[in-house]
Design a protein around this ligand. Structure first.
Ligand code: DGL
Length: 258
């Protein structure tokens, strides 16, 4: 397979979450073309079985490959935890970039208090997260916080609605008596409600996510593989979604432009 500079970078997520990573990548690589595939028909992934997630992720990657992409970003922490190694072993000729909870940058902030990791139940239960947590557990106090149901609420697009408000109120209340230094958003859906989360925290808490680290890794791999687009024109973005509901495409562009 010959990878061409002018081809698109393929992005994938279980739904609209990966758009938060695409958004960051666009800032860094405005001259690249992008194809985004959201699998909203099958979302959420975060409460599915390992085998189901793996199969859906491989199907999504095949879809992106059918569009001749030159690199693939698994812009979903859940799909990355389950499938990244197998994907890289299967598709050796194309760079495949994954995302993981931004624990390292959180530790580097050296803030007093716990580091809370909000992510899907699957991400927090997988081996990949256990390894990440082990790496830092001696120097930081880490509190995994599974947020089953939250990605679904964000998929509805009602970011300012009562359902998300109530969900966060309950989750974040638990943190009120703790000393929290930072919160890591370990699911790509959550950056869209970052401001809402902040509203519940009247303390000096830092909220971080993995999108910048992922965008930088995309750039590094494009350079390393000699496939960075050298055009000086703004690239184009195409969004696909598995849902029959056309509103998902509309919502996707809305979120990207938010
Ligand atoms: N956006 C995905 C992630 O980063 C998961 C959401 C879902 O449960 O489908 O983990």
């Amino acid at each position: 397979m010959t990878l061409k500079r002018e081809e698109s970078i393929g992005f994938f997520d279980s739904g609209v979450g990966g758009l938060s990573v695409l958004k960051k990548t666009l800032e860094l690589l405005p001259n690249e073309n992008f194809i985004y595939f959201g699998d909203s028909k099958n979302a959420p992934y975060g409460t599915k079985t390992y085998d189901e997630i793996k199969e859906l992720t491989f199907d999504a990657v095949k879809f992106l490959l059918s569009k001749n992409v030159k690199a693939i970003v698994i812009a979903c922490n859940t799909a990355t935890s389950v499938a990244i190694e197998d994907l890289r072993n299967t598709y050796k000729d194309i760079p495949i970039i994954g995302i993981e909870p931004a624990l390292k940058p959180a530790v580097e902030l050296k803030k007093q208090g716990e580091i809370v990791i909000m992510a899907t139940p699957v991400t927090l239960a997988e081996k990949k997260f256990a390894e990440l947590q082990n790496k830092y557990s001696k120097i930081a106090k880490i509190r995994p916080m599974p947020c089953g149901g939250l990605a679904e609420l964000i998929e509805t697009g009602d970011i300012d609605g009562l359902a998300i408000h109530n969900y966060l109120e309950e989750k974040i209340n638990i943190l009120k008596e703790k000393e929290v230094g930072s919160i890591v958003l370990g699911c790509t859906h959550y950056p869209f409600i970052k401001e809402k989360i902040l509203d519940f925290l009247n303390k000096d808490i830092e909220i971080i996510d993995g999108s910048l680290g992922t965008a930088r890794q995309v750039e590094r791999l494009l350079i390393e593989n000699n496939i960075k687009n050298d055009s000086n024109k703004t690239g184009k973005i195409e969004i696909f979604n598995s849902s029959e509901d056309e509103k998902m495409i509309e919502l996707s562009y809305d979120l990207l432009n938010r």
